[in-house]
Design a protein around this ligand. Structure first.
Ligand SMILES: [Zn+2]
Ligand SMILES: [Zn+2]
Length: 201
């Protein structure tokens, strides 16, 4: 894969800056799809469990995962487990199979030793770092074999409960007048209100 790859370019557009972690997620997601023998999720047929947390290095990984797998925040078929680890479990609801892809410590270490991460550790935003420093890291991630970057686990059986049907029922909050999904509304002092209003009145 090179930087002209459609998914990489779309990932970069979504993510906003050039860094090695977004492509790392992209490659991890693609490795998981390949191992399961499934296509990127158009709807909610795949579920991604990602083990990153927040406020730590390389969380950008999550955007690459979303781009590759089609498991997105908007569709709700991605979940963060907050373990502070760079691993992904991809579950195919249809076949009831899953695979876990773990980023090798060496892959992270290679980034950590770079001048690019040196700047990031000193608080420089990624978009303000000379792209000459990040290009070799991105190329390494895009061009290395799956096995060099990740440990791709065995496919295992994983059955998920059927997803809840989407709720299309809406109401209007009697306090702020904004629309809210019915099952998220509250009754406060005999009025149907949204949650922020329920806390205020
Ligand atoms: Zn990033
Ligand atoms: Zn309200």
């Amino acid at each position: 894969m090179d930087t002209n790859n459609e998914l990489y370019k779309a990932g970069l557009l979504l993510h906003g800056h050039k860094c090695p972690a977004m492509p790392m997620g992209l490659r991890a997601g693609l490795a998981a799809l390949k191992k399961l023998g499934v296509e990127r999720a158009k709807d909610g047929q795949l579920v991604a469990l990602i083990e990153i947390g927040k406020d730590h290095c390389a969380t950008c990984y999550a955007d690459g995962i979303q781009m590759a797998t089609g498991c997105t925040f908007g569709k709700g078929n991605i979940q963060k487990l907050n373990y502070g680890k760079f691993a992904l479990t991809l579950i195919d609801r249809k076949s009831g199979r899953s695979v876990r892809v773990v980023t090798r410590p060496e892959t992270i270490q290679k980034n950590k030793e770079s001048e690019f991460i040196g700047f990031r550790m000193r608080g420089v935003p990624a978009s303000q770092i000379d792209s000459k420093l990040v290009d070799p890291l991105v190329d390494y991630i895009l061009n290395s074999d799956d096995d060099a970057l990740f440990q791709v686990g065995e496919v295992t059986e994983t059955r998920l409960p059927a997803p809840h049907p989407h709720d299309f029922n809406t109401t209007i909050c009697e306090a702020c007048g904004e629309l809210v999904i019915e099952s998220y509304a509250r009754i406060k002092n005999g009025k149907i209100v949204c949650q922020p209003c329920a806390e205020k009145i």
